[in-house]
Design a protein around this ligand. Structure first.
Ligand code: ACO
Length: 364
């Protein structure tokens, strides 16, 4: 039997959750363009869509927001656990440990929507609490009157965030909420396929996300934007890098061989927020020049800004340190991971591929 290294292009499941169409640069969540959702919906609504298959009605939305806000408060034993973990436990180790400890209501099979809501809502509280503790600051209790994303920013910084920052982070978290059968989602589905519980599946998924080959931070793009510094330097710096044979960080994508729909959607949002944050404006300018230069130097390669490019601009505008990048990405992906666990549970068969033995045989 042919062995496919890394299972690349192996179709291992049918899914209703999302379509990742790299050839046409399209990302669809349950029949909706992710780009449209990012501009018009709240993160909670998109989680609802991923879990229930349709956006909530007005009535469902009110009840869902209410339940979601209530779920943002951590059980006291999880608060204590976060506070007592040694400093050597970084943000991802803490998120992984705390999610696994969220409580027995998340430990049953099959996974339920309220378990997913509990864990997804709590993830940002865990991240914000640990972040503040590591800064030597007191944690900020979740403000239940805010949206999920605004509450996250408030718990990190203590200020009521600007509308522009909430809109940008909301879009980023929606566009990274789901992306097909990537490594962490597959991990979650493998765990769910043994009839294990949602907390275990999400804990395993976080573990997979922690690796730099998956949850790699867009730090390279931040370095590039910082090096450019102001619009008038963009062309010289970018031209110099291309002529030196360097890849421009934040451009090109392995799957999307045309535009990256997530990059495009974030670009649109930063354009709409023009003048609201200097990092958005610098990123728009750099992107325009870079795309023109890549077309000049690398004709026909179809190189456009990927999700990391605009993610970097947004995270920079929010003044997030790099320690928050992968945890924020993971907190966003909780919705997609949970949707895949539901799908796995609905039509379950234990995932159990085979390996070809190439070691020695016992001597007679
Ligand atoms: N800058 C300049 N040239 C580039 C870039 C870039 N960012 N990306 C690709 N190219 C060029 C290559 O040099 C190559 O040119 P050639 O035909 O003259 O040899 C051609 O385009 C094809 O490039 P490959 O590297 O073969 O494309 P591949 O699909 O293997 O790589 C990758 C995709 C790894 C993302 C690449 O575009 C890259 O390194 N980009 C910069 C790093 C980056 O932004 N990574 C984040 C990706 S987003 C994400 O992972 C969520």
């Amino acid at each position: 039997m042919a062995i496919v290294n890394g299972l690349a292009d192996v179709v291992a499941a049918e899914t209703n959750v999302s379509l990742v169409d790299g050839k046409n640069g399209v990302l669809v969540y349950r029949g909706h363009f992710a780009a449209d959702l990012a501009r018009h919906e709240r993160y909670e609504d998109v989680a609802y869509l991923l879990w229930y298959g349709q956006l909530p009605s007005e009535e469902e939305r009110v009840a869902f927001y209410e339940e979601w806000a209530q779920a943002a408060t951590l059980p006291s034993h999880v608060e204590n656990l976060i506070d007592q973990l040694p400093e050597s436990y970084g943000m991802m180790e803490t998120l992984r440990t705390a999610v696994s400890a969220m409580g027995e209501e998340t430990y049953s099979w099959p996974a339920s929507k309220s378990q997913a809501l509990r864990l997804t809502s709590a993830a940002t509280t865990i991240v914000a609490r640990r972040y503040r503790r590591l800064q030597g600051l007191d944690p900020i209790a979740p403000d239940l009157s805010l949206s999920h994303v605004a509450r996250f920013l408030h718990m990190l910084e203590g200020n009521v965030p600007s509308e522009a920052h909430v809109a940008a982070l909301n879009a980023y978290m929606i566009l990274t909420a789901e992306h097909g059968l990537n490594a962490s989602t597959f991990t979650g589905r493998v765990i769910a396929s043994t009839q294990s519980d949602l907390a275990s599946a999400l804990t395993g998924a976080i573990g997979a996300m922690k690796g730099p080959l998956h949850g790699g931070a867009p730090s390279g793009v931040i370095d590039l934007l910082e090096e450019i510094g102001s619009e008038e330097n963009a062309e010289t710096v970018l031209r110099g890098k291309i002529e030196a044979g360097e890849k421009l960080m934040g451009f090109g994508h392995r799957v999307y061989k045309t535009v990256d729909p997530r990059g495009q959607a974030l670009k649109q949002i930063t354009l709409e927020l023009k003048g609201r944050d200097p990092w958005f404006d610098l990123a728009n300018h750099v992107e325009k020049i870079a795309v023109d230069l890549l077309a000049e130097y690398k004709p026909g390669r179809q190189l456009y800004a990927n999700v990391e490019f605009y993610a970097a601009a947004i995270l920079k505008a929010l003044q997030f340190p790099s320690a928050l990048f992968t945890p924020t990405f993971s907190a966003a992906r909780m919705a997609g991971w949970s949707a895949h666990v539901f799908e796995q549970n609905e039509n379950n068969k234990i995932i159990r591929p085979a390996a070809e033995y190439i070691g020695p045989m016992p001597k007679e």
